[in-house]
Design a protein around this ligand. Sequence first.
Ligand code: NAD
Length: 293
Amino acid sequence: MTILDGNALSSKIKEELKGRVEKLVTEGNKAPHLAAILVGDNPASQSYVTNKIKFCEAVGFTSTLVRKPANISEEELIDVIQMLNDDDDIDGYIVQLPLPGHINDEKITLAIDYRKDVDGFHPMNFGRMAEGMTTFLPATPYGILEMMSRYGIDTDGKHCVVVGRSNIVGTPMSILLSRKGNPGNCTVTLTHSRTRDIKEELLRADIIIAAIGIPNFIKGDMVKEGAVVIDVGINRVTDDNKKSGYRLVGDVDFDDVKDKVSAITPVPGGVGPMTVTALMLNTFKAATKEIYR
Ligand code: NAD
C-alpha cells in the first residue's frame, strides 16, 4: 500500500517553483504576487491563509494579506475586491472561504476578475475547464490531478466514484477525471447526499474521491480490494489527548480501509498541502500570463 504523501510532494514542487521564480526574477521580471482576503477570525481559515503566505515566502512570491472584520458588508467587501482587481502588481488573489452568512458567495465570486481568479472558482474558469481549455483549474482538484500524475496513478479506463458534488471539489473533479487526457479517461460516477446506495457505488470503484465533510464516513467494507483512495475531507473531532482538544480526520476511516487499498492519502498531510501547492502553480501561471494575456 502506498501512502500518497502530500507534504513530501508539496515540498518537491515548492523547490521546483522556487527555481522557476528565481529564473523569472533573474530575467528582469517581478516576483509573482498573491493576495488573500480573510474575513473574520475563523481559526481554520486563519491557519489556511497562514499556510498560503508561508508558501509564498518559501518560493519567493510577494504576498499581501487583507484582513477584514466578520461584520464587513457585502458592498465593502466588493470594494476591496475591486481594489485588488485594479492593482496591477497583484497577479492573483483568493477570498478565503467560508464567508459570514450575510455575504452572498456567488456575488463575491462573480466580482473577482477571472484573470486573477487563482482559486479557479469564477464561472469563466469553470466553463473553460468544462470545455477542456487551458484555465485556472480549481485548486483542490488541480492538486489531486498533480498528485495522481506524479505518483503515476493510472486512471485510463478506470471507474472513479466521486462522493460529494460541491462546486469546488466534487463536481469539477468528476468533470476533470472524465475528460480525455492523463489523468483522465475515467468512467465517473458522481454520488451525493441523495444517492440511494453509496456503498454499492463505492464497491465498484477503482478510484474513490471523498469530499463530503463527514468524519470517517467511508469504512473498510465500502471499498474494493486494491482501490486508490483520495480523501479530501478535513474534519475536526474531539480528542482530549491533544493540547488543542481536537484532531483532524478525513471522510475516510483510514485505519479501517488501509489494508485493503493500493494507495491512500492521509489526513492531514494528503490533499491539503496539494491544494496550497496548486494555488501557487496557478499564481505562477497568472504572473507569467500563461492563461490570459
Ligand atoms: P460541501 O460541504 O460543499 O458539500 C458536501 C457534499 O457532500 C455535498 O455535495 C453533499 O451532497 C455531499 N454529502 C453530504 N452528506 C452526504 C452523504 N451522507 N452521502 C453522500 N454525500 C453526502 O463540500 P466541500 O466544500 O467539497 O468539502 C468537503 C470536505 O472537504 C470538507 O471536509 C472540507 O473541509 C474538505 N475540503 C478539503 C480541502 C483540502 O484542501 N483538503 C479543500 C476543500 C474542502
